[in-house]
Design a protein around this ligand. Structure first.
Ligand code: ADP
Ligand code: MG
Length: 695
């Protein structure tokens, strides 16, 4: 059916026998395509090399030369000496360790490179140089101005897969199959942006004519990668958001206005704007697929609630999904009280309910006896069937994967979906990550918020921190003390939190009321702890990170985070967002050991410097790189090998426009000139898109 040369197994390449094939397979290289995608780890540019005659003592240098001798010296300390010459002088590489095994690597007449710190003895010498075999004989295969150097682990070396052999294997493969590699981009796009053809891009990647060609190779593959990513988004949007359902939700303004008027506060401008966008979606007759992003405390809950209210008023059920049980409970209490005047049946459904209770709840949901269901993952993991689900709101989307979002969506016929996240990201990024969603941003905090003062303190100043806490509690404030919870060692962390709780209660704050909250408590226990804290009957809440998201107690004004160095930036920001929710000045203290590594230090500094979630997200990106930041797996994103979501925003924009116009013009990719795109898309995204939609 498909005879793409790039699918030919790597073991059929000249120079790859069964042994090498096995090693390559273990490294994830199965096909010719994988082999061609095996990028040089760096390139040696001859113009940046040193000639031996120009070497200065003690400098770091890379030298290329021909091996003139290789011998093991047994007199004195046993060592291997490999002498090379480059026409201007002689240099020795010396190995004191593993002399015998390195001796096997070098042969006379090989062209090699040595890098390292050069010392002057009898002759120039580098001890234990990092080296590459560039060519095995004087044939000087493909050693132009720029020489590709391939990654070469121990496993590779054992079967002779050096840079030299990779170059030879890849060169031969390109000679044989290069002309049969098919183009993946439409011709007009390749022309328009003057991109390398796919064939040329692979050739230049491995055997570049100059440094500039490498830049062009990058440009070509980045565009390709981003174009297909955006095409996936465009197709999903086209087919999944097609008008499938008659779920038109358009409530009378009067009822809506009344509810707004009954709220204990006025909506901010940003909240009003986002509500406007949501109302339009709901009334459009198309299923809504909208992401609301807004910093911690910007007031997303009410937006979700109003949307659910609209759905319910139009006769549909709504579901609100939260990442933790504590947050689900809190939503339940808040929403019940906000809706106390309304005739709406609200129910809580969580994983820790008894089987019988759950079964009864499922029944009521299925019978339509419940209007609004608030719950945790249990909502989607177990067989919940809604009577007529009209809207699903997913809170703190960054805690769920895209997959789960999909699962919930498929529960109803085609319910509207609103996802909310407090990990704000720049707009172009949001478009990429959530490319099939529309994005609304709440870029304004409710009035009267004071910015939280953040301090970074080392463990030895905890006594001062404690006396500060004492002062605040004495004046009526409440406090969180948070301990990190790392899943792998939940027990240990729990112990840390439990021990500290006992220590703080007995030794430090015997006069105050302390409570302990962690994930292992039963649902009603958690509920009790949270309720007492909310009611102001607990002064200090010791907690694991279960309070990370959503928890909202306005009178709590101090957040002490222990072992802050163990948290990521966005998590620290989330945690800090638990305070600063009322009109009082709030404080966040980050406590770390005296010695922390550089990245942790920078994280602390960012936290001290800013309260702005967007800035923090950007710093987080900078410190971690986009791949890790977004946890691409979690977001269901294909891995990006070439493009960088932060630095390649311009290409993202262009590729996005191109992909979306293509789908608009030819959604089934039927046109002849889209054939290469259709074929490549099917090959790449078989698991991510229902291919029956495409010709
Ligand atoms: P988040 O966006 O982090 O989910 P919440 O929805 O929990 O924020 O809101 C934070 C707090 O701000 C809540 O106590 C909420 O009642 C309050 N709030 C929300 N909107 C407003 C507003 N427009 N004016 C005043 N307070 C508001
Ligand atoms: Mg929230």
């Amino acid at each position: 059916m498909n005879n793409d040369v790039l699918d030919i197994a790597v073991e059929y390449m000249k120079g790859v026998g069964p042994k090498r094939a096995e090693v390559l397979n273990n490294a994830g290289i199965f096909t010719l395509q994988d082999l061609l995608e095996f990028r040089p780890r760096r390139y040696l540019d001859r113009s940046e090399l040193k000639q031996i005659k120009d070497i200065l003592p003690d400098e770091e240098a890379t030298v290329i030369g021909t091996v003139i001798s290789s011998q093991i010296i047994r007199r004195g300390k046993k060592r291997l000496i490999v002498r090379i010459e480059d026409g201007t002088g002689v240099l020795e590489g010396v190995w004191f360790q593993q002399a015998d095994s390195f001796a096997r690597v070098f042969k006379a007449d090989q062209l090699v490179s040595f890098s390292g710190k050069v010392a002057r003895y009898r002759t120039w010498q580098i001890a234990h140089p990092s080296f590459d075999i560039i060519s095995d004989d004087r044939e000087q295969l493909h050693t132009g101005q720029i020489i590709p150097i391939y990654p070469s682990g121990q496993e590779f070396k054992k079967v002779g897969l050096t840079s030299f052999s990779f170059r030879r294997i890849i060169h031969t493969a390109l000679q044989k199959y290069g002309n049969s590699i098919t183009e993946t981009l439409p011709v007009h796009i390749v022309k328009q942006y003057r991109l390398y053809s796919r064939q040329d891009a692979y050739r230049q990647m491995h055997f570049p004519a100059s440094k500039d060609t490498l830049y062009q190779v990058g440009r070509r593959f980045k565009y390709e990668e981003l174009f297909y990513l955006q095409l996936l988004m465009a197709l999903r949007k086209h087919f999944y958001a097609a008008p499938k359902s008659g779920l038109k939700i358009d409530i009378e303004s009067e009822a809506y206005d009344q509810l707004i008027a009954s709220l204990p506060f006025t909506l901010t401008n940003a909240q009003q704007r986002v509500m406007g966008e949501i109302r339009q979606d709901l009334a459009s007759g198309y299923p809504m697929n909208r992401l609301v992003q807004g910093d911690v405390g910007s007031g997303k809950t009410i937006v979700g609630l109003l949307a659910m209210y609209m759905a319910i008023s139009s006769g549909y059920q709504s579901a609100l999904m939260a990442p933790t049980e504590i947050l689900a409970q809190q939503h339940f209490f808040n929403i019940t009280s906000l809706l106390s005047q309304e005739d709406i049946r609200v129910a809580l459904l969580t994983g820790s309910m008894k089987a019988k209770e759950k079964r009864e709840m499922h029944q009521r949901i299925a019978d339509g006896e419940v209007d609004l269901v608030i719950g945790t993952h249990a909502l989607i993991q177990e067989g919940v069937n809604f009577h007529n689900l009209g809207l699903t709101v997913i809170d703190e989307q960054h805690r769920f994967g895209v997959l789960q979002r999909g699962e919930l969506i498929s529960k109803g016929r085609t319910p509207h979906v609103l996802v909310m996240t407090a990990t704000p990201i720049p707009r172009t990024l949001a478009l990429t990550i959530y490319g099939d969603l529309d994005v609304s941003t709440i870029d304004e905090l409710p009035p009267g918020r004071q910015s939280i003062l953040t301090y970074w303190r080392t463990d030895n100043s905890l006594p001062q921190v404690h006396s500060f806490i004492r002062k605040q509690v004495n004046s009526g404030q409440q406090v969180y003390v948070v301990y990190p919870l790392v899943e792998e060692s939940e027990k240990l962390d729990l112990k840390a939190a439990t021990d500290s709780y006992q220590y703080l209660q007995k030794e430090v704050f015997p006069e105050f009321r302390l409570a302990l909250l962690h994930g292992r408590l039963k649902m009603d226990e958690k509920e009790a702890v949270m309720q007492t804290f909310k009611a102001g009957e607990t002064d200090i809440l010791i907690s694991t990170t279960v309070i990370e998201v959503g928890v909202d107690v306005a009178n709590a004004t101090i957040m002490l985070i222990e072992h802050a160095e163990r948290f990521g930036l966005s998590q620290l920001h989330q945690l800090r967002g638990r305070v600063g929710r009322g009109s009082q000045q709030s404080y966040c203290v980050l406590s770390t050991p005296i010695e922390v590594n550089d990245v942790a230090r920078q994280r602390m500094q960012v936290m001290v410097k800013t309260n702005n979630g967007f800035e923090i997200a950007e710093e987080d990106l900078r410190l971690r790189g986009s791949g890790e930041f977004f946890g691409t797996r979690q977001h269901g994103m294909p891995d990006l090998r070439y493009a960088d979501l932060v630095h390649d925003q311009k290409i993202i924009q262009v590729a996005r426009n191109d992909a979306f116009s293509m789908v608009k013009l030819d959604p089934h990719l039927r046109k002849t000139f889209h054939a290469p795109v259709r074929i490549h898309f099917k090959k790449q995204f078989a698991d991510k898109f229902q291919m029956t939609n495409i010709a």
